[in-house]
Each structure stands twice: as structure tokens, then as C-alpha cells.
Design a protein around this ligand. Structure first.
Ligand code: AMP
Length: 561
């Protein structure tokens, strides 16, 4: 069946082909090692690992995991920042027949404990740094945690360099449960036992927890087939711009988040791209490495683009090696996009998706003309529909705003141990995203805001994102977050939190309102303004509203008490 949007694809691009049969996710690494054996797969602060070495290490870790009891149905938690250990252990757990559970190394102890108990992870892999290891070690013997595998940056980098930056390793604790070093895990001949897989569209490869901005985080069950759909779709999407086996991708998105996992790790392995890995995002280092290492692919969340366009060195840095830039995970402010274009001549290609869709959804078609303000077209074999906000069951025609739903091969199997939440999300057989938007007649998708972020002001639906876009046009503003706060007269009104560009002067609410007068309706005007040196962000680096909402509630609660 030809979809409504297919007619608008640029000549030569069609997603009408059949979806390739899924393969086990771990076989991507085996194929890469066979095809690009000697080529570098990872460059970690100049320590290079070839595809063959990465595969051999993963095979040894797989044997090590099997010796620890990993096999079908066994969950292994990865509590790691971006280091080669992540790539090794991700593939090794799947080779051993187990499932990966991603943990954010930035999670608070309470969240870590909740996710450990909810996910049934029996083994956790962490890094032996004082900021990471003690949190996991404290949970040994509780919540079903039997074994902790402790990695060291010294597994890949010279000890003096590691100690100069990170200080001495964490002091190890004894206590219940088993603890082994990564070096011990891989101290074997790599002869792991291959396990037969069940149907790949049923078999869960990864439990990926949602952000938990409302209620407890939920584990999205992502199958081998989900990831294969992402890799094949993304490959065809940007295929023309990729140089199979010759690209260099900068890895600053955390691999424990779905954006980094699918679009950076898996796509790099599938296309033979070298991953220049940074343990965390650092704008100085990003610019240096793009110029020095001739990076060709950069993908980031919008706050990374904001940091780059406001960096004093960007105008003096040679960024000519870049051929693909992608943004996703949150709205990319038009101001930031235009500034990036001016400075580099490159237009970041914006995509939209969620943890639950692994995270395929929509993307600007490479080679096509991006439609400004939209997040592009539905991904291959992915159906995007818009339903009414109230019931979520009635399909809306093109142009009408409602809740965006996704159906397609990358959509998760359901939430782990949460049948009610799963049934609710899949009402009518469509996955409900919680995002409000519309589709135009050509199939391009525009996001308006998140359902839960919408402000109800004097009977109007106010979308904070619209206000944020307008405030970004102010020359002094680096970052802005708008939330709804209680308002005795209107029910709710908008409050803006602003982080200024270096050297920019503060301005009053009245001045801001004058600046916004021709940009916003009266009922959208912020009624409060607060400056902060920095704004709260999620572990992947998206601007986060929940901390600000909680602070405002606490402040008002205290004032009302
Ligand atoms: P996560 O599950 O952490 O990947 O978050 C998914 C959510 O991020 C979506 O439901 C959207 O609200 C938001 N999001 C993802 N991509 C975009 C985008 N390009 N523009 C605006 N919001 C986005």
C-alpha cells in the first residue's frame, strides 16, 4: 500500500521495499569484524581498537559472562559512561545469550536501586571510579544483585594519565556478593558457546528505561528485530551521505541512552565507522577533535549545539571534515540551528523518536530539502498517526493537532512487568507518544509540545515550546526553559528560566515582554522570569523541566503553608 507521504519523497528515494529479515544484534559486530577487521572501530583518547580487537574482546567477555551464569533470560546491567567497556560488554552480553539493561551512571542512588529491583538484573558492570563504583557496590546482595564487574579506565589507557584526570580508583568494599574485574572477565580464550535465538521479533535484547518524568521509570522491552529495523532504516536514510568503512563519528551522546545506543553505537558498527569516543560532552574537546581527527559525523542533543554555537572558538575551528550532523531528543531551537548553519555551512538534520521506538520516528530525508520547523517524514515502514488528545482513539485529518502515535517495526514489545501501562500506551493498537503535533498533507510531521508540558492559561492551551522559541531570539539568551506555574487569575501561567550567554546582561520581565510583544499572544506572555547560571538537564543532556516544576511547587507549598 502506498502511504500518503510517499509521494513527497525526493526522486529516487522510496521506502517501499520490504524490510530486511532481522538478525541477532550481536551479529552486527561479527560482520563488521569480518568486513573491516584491521580498521579502527574505537579511538578512546588516542587508544585505538580495531574491529577485530573489539570483536575478540567481546568474545572473551561473552565467555566470561557465560561463566558467571549469563544465558537466556539473564539480565545484565551496564552502569557505564562512554568507554570501550560499554561496546565490549553490550555485545558480549547478547553473545552470551543474555539481555542488556542500560543504567544511567548519573542516576541518583534511589533511582539506581529502583531500576535494579525492577529490572531483575543479577549482574552489574560499573567503572571503578569513586563517583560510580560505590553506588553499585552498596547494592550488592540486595535487590537480587549477585555479581559486580568492575572496569578500569586503565584497561585501555596509561595509568598516570587516568590518575592525573580522575584521581585514584575507588576503594573496593568487601561484603556480600561476588566482585570481579573486567580484566578477569576477559582473561580467557574467547570460545563462547553460541545460544540459539528464539523469534527475533519476540526476543528482548535490551531493557531501556524511560526518563520517568511522570511516575516511576518504565523498562521498554526492545527486541533484536526493533534494533535491526532502526539500523536498516537509518542506513537507507543517510546511506547516500555515509562512506561505508571510512567515516569517523564523534561519540558524545551517552551510549546508555537510546539515541546514542542505536544511532551511534549500532549504526557505526553496521557501517564500519570509527567511533571517536569521549567519556562525556565537553565543547572544547569536541571542537579540537573535529579539527584534529577529521570527524565526518556528529550527532547531539540541542543543548550540545547551543554550547557549540556559543563557544568562542567555533569561528576559528576547521569543521570542514563534517558531512553529517544530526540533532534529536528535544526541539532544536530555530535560532541555534540558523547560527550553526551560518558558522559551519551545515544544517543539522533533525529527527524525532522515543525510547519506546528505539528511537525511530521521523527524520529529515538526506538529500531532500529539509522543511524548516518540521521533524521530517516518517521513517521507513513506520506509520505516524495523530489522534484526539482527550480519548486518544479518533484519528485526525492532516493539519489538525493531536497526540502523535507510532506503529512500525521499531516499536517496543511493551513495558517490562507493566501490562497495564503497556495496554494504556497501545490503546487501539497504536503506540501513544504523549507528544502533541500534526502531519501536513505531504506527510511532514511538526511537533508542538509534550502533552504533559502544556499550560492551561485562562482557558487557552499554551505550549511552552512556542514561548521558548520566541525567547531564544533574544540576543542575550543561551538557554531557556518555560514551565506552567499556578496563577490565581488564569489557573496557570508561564514562567521562564533563562541562562544568559557569557557577558550578556540581565533584563527585566517588562523588557522581555516588550521584546516578545510581536512574537507571542497576550495569553502566552510569561508572567515570571528568573535567571540561573545553568539550567537543569537530563542525563542525555536535554533541558529538563521536572526539577524546576518541583522547586516551584515546593516554594509555593511552603508559602501557602
Ligand atoms: P526519550 O525517550 O528520552 O528519547 O524522550 C523522547 C521524547 O523526547 C519524545 O517523546 C519527545 O517529547 C522528545 N523529542 C525527541 N525528539 C524530539 C525532537 N526532534 N523535537 C522535539 N522533541 C523531541
Amino acid at each position: 500500500m502506498a502511504h500518503l507521504w510517499e509521494k513527497s519523497y525526493p526522486a529516487g528515494i522510496s521506502w517501499g521495499e520490504t524490510l530486511p529479515a532481522p538478525v541477532p544484534v550481536e551479529s552486527l559486530l561479527e560482520s563488521a569484524a569480518a568486513q573491516w577487521g584491521d580498521k579502527p572501530a574505537i579511538d578512546f583518547y588516542d587508544r585505538k581498537l580495531s574491529f577485530r580487537e573489539l570483536h575478540q574482546l567481546a568474545a572473551r567477555a561473552a565467555k566470561g559472562f557465560q561463566a558467571l551464569g549469563v544465558g537466556p533470560g539473564v539480565h545484565v546491567g551496564l552502569h557505564l559512561p562512554n568507554t570501550p567497556h560499554y561496546a565490549v560488554c553490550f555485545f558480549a552480553v547478547l553473545m552470551a545469550g543474555g539481555r542488556v539493561v542500560n543504567f544511567s551512571p548519573l542516576a541518583a542512588p534511589r533511582e539506581l536501586k529502583y531500576q535494579l529491583a525492577d529490572s531483575d538484573a543479577r549482574i552489574m558492570v560499573t567503572l571503578g571510579l569513586p563517583v560510580l563504583y560505590p553506588q553499585v557496590a552498596a547494592l550488592k546482595g540486595s535487590a537480587g544483585l549477585e555479581t559486580v564487574v568492575v572496569c578500569s579506565l586503565e584497561d585501555f589507557l596509561p595509568a598516570p594519565a587516568v590518575r592525573a584526570v580522575f584521581g585514584p580508583p575507588a576503594e573496593r568494599v568487601g561484603g556480600p556478593g561476588r566482585e570481579i574485574d573486567f580484566a578477569e572477565l576477559v582473561a580467557n580464550d574467547g570460545a563462547w558457546r553460541r545460544r540459539p535465538h528464539g523469534p527475533l521479533d519476540e526476543e528482548v535484547a535490551v531493557l531501556q528505561y524511560t526518563g520517568g518524568t511522570t511516575g516511576d521509570p518504565k523498562g521498554a522491552m526492545l527486541t533484536h528485530a526493533n534494533f535491526c529495523a532502526v539500523v536498516s532504516a537509518r542506513n537507507r536514510w543517510v546511506g547516500a551521505a555515509l562512506q561505508q568503512g571510512a567515516d569517523k563519528t564523534l561519540v558524545v551522546l551517552p551510549l546508555f541512552h537510546i539515541f546514542g545506543l542505536s544511532f551511534i553505537l549500532l549504526l557505526s558498527i553496521a557501517t564500519g565507522s570509527e567511533m571517536v569516543m569521549h567519556i562525556r560532552f565537553d565543547a572544547d574537546r569536541v571542537l579540537q577533535d573535529i579539527a584534529r581527527k577529521k570527524i565526518t559525523i556528529f550527532a547531539g542533543v540541542p543543548t550540545m549545539y547551543t554550547a557549540l554555537v556559543n563557544h568562542p572558538a567555533i569561528g576559528k575551528t576547521d569543521l570542514s571534515s563534517l558531512s553529517v550532523c544530526a540533532s534529536g531528543g528535544a526541539p532544536l531551537p530555530v535560532e541555534v540551528l540558523n547560527r550553526f548553519k551560518e558558522l559551519t555551512g551545515l544544517t543539522p538534520s533533525e529527527g524525532y523518536g522515543l525510547t519506546e521506538t528505539a528511537p525511530l520516528g521521523t527524520m529529515q530525508v538526506m538529500g531532500g530539502t529539509p522543511r524548516a520547523g518540521t521533524v521530517g517524514l516518517p521513517a521507513p515502514h513506520t506509520i505516524i498517526e495523530v489522534v484526539d488528545i482527550e480519548t486518544g482513539m479518533t484519528l485526525l485529518p492532516p493539519g489538525e493537532k493531536g497526540e502523535i502515535c507510532v506503529r512500525g517495526p521499531s516499536v517496543m514489545k511493551g513495558y517490562w512487568k507493566k501490562p497495564e501501562a503497556t495496554a494504556e500506551a497501545f490503546r487501539g493498537g497504536r503506540f501513544h507518544t504523549g507528544d502533541i503535533g500534526f502531519i501536513d498533507r505531504d506527510g511532514y510531521v511538526t511537533l508542538v509540545d509534550r502533552k504533559k508540558d502544556m499550560i492551561l492559561s485562562g482557558g487557552f492551551n499554551v505550549f511552552p515550546r512556542n514561548i521558548e522559541e520566541a525567547i531564544y531570539e533574544h540576543p542575550g539568551v543561551a538557554e531557556v526553559t518555560v514551565i506552567g506555574v499556578p496563577d490565581a487569575y488564569r489557573g496557570q501561567s508561564a514562567k521562564a528560566f533563562v541562562a544568559l550567554k557569557p557577558g550578556a546582561a540581565e533584563f527585566s520581565l517588562e523588557e522581555l515582554k516588550r521584546f516578545l510583544a510581536d512574537k507571542l499572544a497576550k495569553y502566552e506572555m510569561p508572567t515570571e522570569l528568573e535567571f540561573r547560571p545553568t539550567l537543569p538537564k537530563t542525563p542525555v543532556g536535554k533541558l529538563s523541566k521536572k526539577e524546576l516544576i518541583a522547586e516551584e511547587l515546593a516554594k509555593r507549598g511552603a508559602a501557602g503553608a
